[in-house]
Design a protein around this ligand. Structure first.
Ligand code: FAD
Length: 589
């Protein structure tokens, strides 16, 4: 569906000829992204809506003028960050994609108050490199350092490995500059500073951000401030070429390992891990705590990168085989300190907590060498690179289809109760069928936020995108997990369920609908917000709340309300009528 000539020209006059296109070859790049084959399976129609046009505004004024124009002509639009997930893609026909890549400047880093102000296309790696120079760290997401800081902070989830000390990114959002769906400009926080997103009186943070973000459904953010955190490392992380399976080492982390250490203690069971996590965060020793799956999975990832890497992975697997059962329940904890004394203290506390919770640190494989490095060094560098470099769940290297059964956020206990058993059971079941990759049963990914009131978890798995049976199995496994103890799970399931389930009336939207019914009707409130903020319904609603179901959602309520209203009117009339009659009667008397 293309734009009317008049609309195209109006938009072109705002951004200039160079920064607008309706060429199919350009638009195709904004139509499809990886992992969408799962959505195709779910959606009642073929996935992928080619946008009507793409525009690239260069500043706030242009964004604002563009949004106003879309309102004037009733044309739909949607903001696009780096577009790593399909939530940034149009969810219906006729949408103008607003690609913000020209707005890519770091505007300020306030060292003293620990925050940065960025435009929409500033990436994590861009900000991180500058923040390190000032002794500050970012909370980059596992989606990768190539993603937009602003998208994560204002609009889209925000799970990150460094969340144990740095927090969930919704809470790292400070002041924002926001073009509302109608084109009005709103600044949240003090008008002359960025250190806060709230002021005296009621705040709009819940509406602006909430838990998962508006996913492009409530206008466009043109600037935002993000809270930065303490960085005990150097101003620059050097790297040097390394033999496979690593492509590079981080010499800093290898040489100064006395201030930074990664440990993967093993435990008798999940209950011990939960206990360990609570104690570790209470004592505030951890720079981060997370899990990226069991040993087979980690080795699988390390085996990516050519013949030598595969040989290496095979050696490792043989080496680890006798310890497999022992290594089943493990978690990764990183200690990072400003001084050797602080590090020593943290390590002592860690040992104490491990004793109390039945955990044990395996002696690292000093004897096993890779090149001239010991395995201890290799694993240390691999994990720290993973943490700071954010290898996007390390899944890219493995290739093929990648999915998660759900993104479940809850307390440590609820995650242990609902996700871990379901994960083990389902992985075993589907791996036995031979339709998903045998990457070890334990492929749990989880990380902790804000000193552990919340833990975010995913059961990750790989399937064959080219095999319809495998795609079908992936879909069934996702469904099975949803059904596991359905109605009893009171953690919050993020809407990135399976990462790419957007499309009109997919099970994802029905799922949000169900969660809403279980959790204070938040979905109905979201729809009310949508209608109040976007009266022309021009900001693509496909990924906001329950998406298209939204309008239908309010209809019965509205009908109920209006029928209740007319009944009340009728009874008021009757009562008044009776009163008047009664009054007349009284008068007569
Ligand atoms: C393999 C994989 C792993 C992932 N891991 C994580 C993870 O660890 N943590 C996590 O939080 N997410 C994760 N995601 C989800 C998601 O892809 C990312 O959060 C997202 O990609 C963030 O950055 P982006 O620049 O790609 O944003 P985009 O995908 O471009 O945009 C994200 C959403 O924000 C909206 N948006 C972007 N910019 C603006 C703006 N200026 N104004 C208003 N709305 C805007 C878009 O419309 C879209 O709905 C993952 C996705 C995949 C596919």
């Amino acid at each position: 569906m293309s734009l009317a000539k008049e609309v195209y020209q109006a938009l072109e006059s705002i951004v200039g000829k160079e920064n607008i296109s309706e060429e199919p070859v350009m638009l195709e790049g904004y139509t499809w992204t990886w992992l969408n084959e799962l959505s195709v399976q779910f959606a009642p129609h073929k996935w992928g809506h080619r946008p009507a046009a793409v525009v690239l505004p260069g500043n706030t004024d242009e964004v604002q003028a563009m949004v106003k124009t879309c309102n004037r002509y009733q044309v739909k639009y949607k903001a696009f960050g780096t577009g790593y997930g399909s939530q940034a893609f149009p969810g219906q026909e006729g949408v103008v994609v607003v690609d913000l890549k020209r707005m890519n400047r770091i505007l300020e880093i306030d060292e003293k108050n620990k925050y940065a102000v960025v435009e929409p296309y500033v990436t994590w790696m861009q900000l991180q490199a500058e923040a390190y120079k000032k002794g500050l760290a970012t909370t980059q997401i596992q989606g990768g350092s190539q993603c937009s800081v602003l998208a994560s902070v204002t609009s889209c989830y925000g799970m990150n490995i460094l969340g144990t000390h740095g927090g969930y990114n919704a809470r790292n959002a400070l002041g924002v500059e926001w073009i509302l769906p109608t084109g009005e400009l709103l600044r949240l926080g003090p008008s002359d500073d960025w250190f806060a997103g709230d002021g005296p009186g009621p705040g709009l943070r819940g509406i602006m951000r909430g838990n998962s973000g508006a996913l492009g459904g409530l206008g466009i953010f043109t600037k935002c401030a993000i809270k930065l955190h303490h960085w005990p490392g150097p101003a620059r992380l050097e790297s040097e070429k390394a033999p496979p399976p690593l492509s590079y080492f981080s010499p800093y982390l290898l040489k100064k390992i006395e201030r930074c250490g990664v440990f993967s203690p093993i435990f008798p069971g999940w209950e011990n891990i939960i206990e360990f996590m609570y104690k570790a965060v209470d004592s505030e020793i951890a720079y981060c705590i997370f899990s990226a799956g069991g040993v087979e999975r980690m080795i699988g990832v390390m085996g990516v990168g050519g013949k030598e890497a595969v040989e290496f992975a095979q050696t490792m697997l043989t080496f680890m085989e006798p310890m497999k059962e022992q290594l089943k329940y493990q978690v990764i904890i990183m200690l990072f300190a400003s001084t050797p004394q602080e590090y020593e203290y943290k390590q002592k506390v860690l040992n104490q907590i491990l004793t109390e919770t039945g955990g044990e640190i395996q002696a690292m494989m000093e004897d096993l060498k890779i090149g001239d490095r010991s395995m201890k060094d290799v694993l240390g560098s691999f994990m720290t690179t993973f943490v700071f470099g954010n290898d996007t769940h390390m899944v890219h290297g493995m290739g093929g289809g990648f999915a998660i059964t759900s993104g479940y956020g809850g307390t440590c206990e609820s995650v242990a109760r609902y996700m871990f058993p379901a994960g083990e059971m389902l992985k075993e079941k589907y791996m036995k069928k031979g339709k998903i990759l045998n990457d070890g049963v334990n492929t749990f990914y989880f990380n902790l936020f804000d000193n552990a009131p919340i833990i975010y978890s995913e059961i990750e798995f790989h399937y064959d995108q080219a095999d319809p049976e495998s795609v079908k199995a992936a879909r069934e496994m996702i469904n099975d997990e949803w059904k596991y103890k359905e109605g009893k799970k009171y953690g919050f399931e993020h809407t990135d369920i399976c990462l790419s389930m957007w499309s009109p009336v997919t099970p994802w939207q029905k799922r949000v609908n169900k969660l809403g019914e279980l959790s204070g009707d938040f979905h109905i409130w979201q729809e009310k917000i949508k209608q109040a903020f976007d009266p022309n319904d021009v900001c693509d609603r496909s990924t906001y709340g329950v998406g298209y179901l939204g309008k239908r959602l309010l209809e019965p309520a509205r009908r109920k309300k209006s029928s209740a209203g007319s009944k009340a009117k009728a009874s008021k009339k009757t009562k008044v009528g009776k009163k008047i009659k009664a009054g007349k009667k009284t008068k007569k008397k």
